[in-house]
Design a protein around this ligand. Structure first.
Ligand code: SF4
Length: 440
């Protein structure tokens, strides 16, 4: 039996893609082994979002070529899409497949194995019009399943390389999404996370079927407890989507709405398609549709031209929005993007100072959100067991994405537990179980 080993860099979509590629190898009789073991095939699913992503990708490619010089080394993902020539110049790389033609990867591996001639299967992704439909019916995490519903992005933010690496928005056909969602629900996954490079762009290429339509159709799936939207842009929150959120009993009270900067001039230079007033208005409407929703966000600190005054405005705006959590990134120059050529770059020491302040604010806001739930019950899906002070605790996420631990055992895993929050925390809240766990 042939063996395959995987290493995945980067985001959740890459993790999903690796799972999907593994399904293809498994269907062709392969078994999976650890990346450090001797394998017949190594697949490195790369990231290029920053230059650090490129560097780490190259490091893992070299490691694979050293592990077993006889093996077939395949490089896929975003760095592969952007720099196939650079990757093929690394001795020992046999095959480069970008962010398309993954469905043919196993056949290509067989061809390369026979011919032993390195092969470049990357072509122009910006001309791709179809979503590459690759299924993942089983996940390691038995409670939460990802369901990739789209690929690509049409936004071309000036700091971001992703549209060039992933292409334009391609949505998965609604019948394919619903078929897969039903299968996951039948396999007793309690929660489905709708993912994509630009999840909120779902339907832009479907001639009228939107994310709101999809949520309404998924609402009717039996045995499915929760639907989580991984991320959505403020500009994509339509009135129809707000209506779908308000009428849903399954959509989680958690939306990740990237802000990136809290000053309209910085947003304009980022090409973000909204002003801070428009963003605030969308947040206000979301809070009406989903009371007590956890709104989380991304902030890029130190974007070119971000003055002290602009940064202070961002700090104030972030505080006003009362985010439940923030991912804070210092701006880093990405070659090939418009912002890399902006001349008013912010010095590194200033960026570091601003990142530290923004992280401190993020901690304060996360704790404030968690405290709102003190002495209140939340439905938590039990995911894993950890020890706290030598006592086994069940850990899981509530629908508002608070992570909660409470005393319990393995029999509860995969079940829904009603838990009263006793000690709120920005990372892991403690609680006590109120009602016996139940399966859906
Ligand atoms: S919306 Fe902007 S940041 Fe997000 S993937 Fe598209 S171009 Fe990149």
């Amino acid at each position: 039996m042939r063996t395959v080993a995987f290493h995945t860099l980067g985001c959740k979509v890459n993790q999903y893609d690796t799972e999907a590629i593994w399904q293809l190898f498994q269907a062709n009789g392969y078994t999976q082994v650890d990346f450090e073991a001797q394998a017949d095939v190594y697949v490195i699913n790369t990231c290029t979002v920053t230059h650090e992503g490129d560097r780490k990708s190259r490091q893992m490619i070299r490691r694979a070529t050293r592990n077993n010089p006889e093996s077939v080394v395949v490089v896929t993902g975003c760095y592969a899409q952007m720099a196939p020539g650079e990757i093929l110049s690394i001795t020992g790389v046999d095959l480069v497949v970008g962010n398309q033609y993954r469905a043919q990867m196993v056949d290509m591996v067989e061809k390369v194995r026979l011919e032993r001639v390195p092969y470049n299967a990357v072509s122009n992704i910006l001309t791709q019009k179809e979503f590459e439909d690759l299924d993942v019916p089983v996940f390691m995490d038995r409670t939460r399943a990802s369901l990739k519903i789209e690929d690509g992005c049409n936004h071309f933010c000036t700091f971001c390389i992703i549209p060039y690496a992933r292409g334009l928005v391609r949505s998965r056909k609604p019948e394919s999404v619903l078929f897969q969602a039903r299968r996951l629900a039948d396999a007793l996954y309690q929660e489905i996370v709708l993912t994509g490079i630009h999840t909120g762009g779902y339907g832009e290429d479907l001639g009228g079927y939107t994310l709101a339509n999809l949520l309404r159709d998924m609402e009717n799936i039996d045995n499915l407890l929760r639907i989580r939207i991984s991320s959505i842009e403020a500009s994509e929150i339509s009135d129809d989507l707000l209506l779908a959120l308000a009428n849903s009993k399954k959509v989680c009270r958690h939306l990740h709405i990237p802000l990136q900067a809290g000053h309209s001039e910085v947003l304009r230079r980022m090409n973000r398609h909204y002003t801070i007033e428009e963003y605030a208005e969308k947040v206000r409407k979301v809070r009406l549709a989903l009371p007590e929703v956890a709104i989380t966000s991304d902030i890029i600190v130190g974007f070119p031209g971000e003055t002290d005054e602009f940064f202070e405005t961002t700090v104030q705006f972030v505080r006003e929005q009362q985010f439940a959590d923030l991912h804070v990134f210092p701006y880093s120059i990405r070659k090939g993007t418009p912002a890399a050529k902006f001349t008013d770059q912010v010095p590194e020491d200033v960026k570091h100072e601003r990142v530290a302040r923004m992280i401190a604010l993020a901690d304060e806001l996360s704790l404030a959100y968690a405290k709102k739930w003190t002495d209140r019950p939340l439905a938590v899906i039990a995911e894993e067991i950890i020890e706290i002070d030598h006592v086994p605790h069940v850990v899981g996420h509530a629908d508002n994405y608070l992570k909660v631990a409470f005393t319990g055992d393995e029999t509860m895993l995969g079940q829904v537990c009603t838990v009263q929050i006793t000690q709120p925390d920005k990372e892991l809240c403690l609680g006590t179980m109120q009602k016996t766990a139940y399966a859906m």
